[in-house]
Design a protein around this ligand. Structure first.
Ligand code: HEM
Length: 317
């Protein structure tokens, strides 16, 4: 803390005490003369504490609202404060994953429906033959395996990863939220549920991908190195890979695309995957419980850092 801030804090403390004295003094003519001095002293302390509390709240509000650099806040072009939702590490994981998955889908699904015209067009005309498309499928599969290992490391070794993984774990509240959402959509509730960092929709998305990756990588490796496995295992793996591949594709198109692209709230798309940030209004709208928690923590931090050391307790009324 620099000299000027220290001086300002001292001045604030003196001002609080002056205002408090003033309040008590101006009330004195109206106070019963038989009132015990200890009671008046206690009252005076309470007035000081109350004024000090209000001053601290107003101070922290000023800081959270306007002290841009101090709290390392970012502000959008529209002048709104921006909150970091996803850091660089997580965004790169997501980018590698969606690039890999896009190629896995466009080189995998045509193998499931080889006689359909569009499958032939993709394999023959776009990729120039089955050898090329299966090679691309394997290169993209390596990308997905890298993401799987990377993400596992992230949720074990990174503090943010561990925190987010913990918050991703489904809880009974998610079932209540899902029911409330359905009732809200049916017009039976005035408002939808309020979410924390991850809504039940986002948790569903995450766990579908998590589960999907385990199945697709596991079964894909069996297909890839089929000589190492018994025919029965190969058959099961092929069935699982083929059906889960279609399910994953549909889940991405129906669930994920609706929630991050087609939902009128975010249409044409949420750019969080690119810059990782969410505006203050989006935070309030989509993650109000997390927003309230962040603001409260910031206020507490500012209050703790700027708590004036008052000697009001010793002050006479
Ligand atoms: C989102 C991820 C993936 C999707 C949607 C997907 C989709 C598919 C589909 C639909 C097939 C055709 C199955 C059939 O014949 O009915 C296939 C084949 C295959 N997939 Fe995947 N796959 C994915 C990930 C992977 C991964 C991670 C690996 C490897 C670890 C892999 C390796 C293979 C192999 C080896 C084949 C057999 C065809 C070939 O030789 O290329 N796939 N995939």
């Amino acid at each position: 803390m620099d000299e000027r801030t220290r001086n300002l804090q001292t001045q604030r403390r003196e001002l609080i005490e002056k205002v408090s004295d003033n309040v008590v003094e101006s009330a004195r003519p109206l106070i019963d003369p038989d009132t015990k001095p200890e009671e008046l002293q206690k009252f005076s302390r309470e007035v000081t504490d109350r004024i000090q509390f209000e001053a601290n709240v107003a101070f922290s509000e000023a800081v959270t609202r306007f002290a841009v650099r101090k709290l390392e806040k970012q502000v959008s072009e529209a002048g709104e404060r921006m909150f970091e939702r996803f850091g660089r590490n997580f965004r790169f994981q997501h980018m590698l994953m969606f690039l890999s998955v896009i190629f896995l889908i466009i080189t995998g699904i045509p193998l499931k429906f080889p006689s359909v015209g569009i499958s032939r067009f993709i394999i023959l005309d776009i990729f120039g033959g089955i050898q090329n498309s299966t090679l691309i499928h394997r290169v993209a599969a390596v990308g997905l395996i890298i993401v799987g290992v990377w993400h596992l490391g992230f949720i074990i070794f990174s503090r943010i990863g561990r925190r987010d993984f913990w918050l991703m774990i489904p809880r009974p509240q998610d079932i209540k939220d899902a029911l409330q959402t359905i009732l809200f959509f049916l017009g039976k509730r005035k408002s939808g549920p309020k979410f924390h960092r991850f809504s039940f929709i986002e948790k569903f998305d995450y766990w579908a991908v998590y589960w999907g990756m385990v199945i697709m990588i596991g079964s894909g490796l069996v297909l890839w190195f089929k000589e190492q496995f018994a025919k029965g295992i190969f058959d099961i793996a092929r069935e699982a890979h083929s059906d889960e591949g279609l399910l994953a594709t549909l889940a991405i198109i129906v669930w994920h695309f609706y929630n991050v692209h087609l939902n009128p709230d975010v249409f044409p798309m949420s750019y969080v995957w690119w810059h990782g940030k969410l505006s203050e209004s989006d935070m309030k709208h989509h993650h109000p419980l997390e927003y309230a928690e962040i603001i409260e923590a910031e206020k507490q931090k500012v209050l703790a850092e700027n708590e004036p050391r008052t000697e009001s307790a010793e002050k006479q009324p």
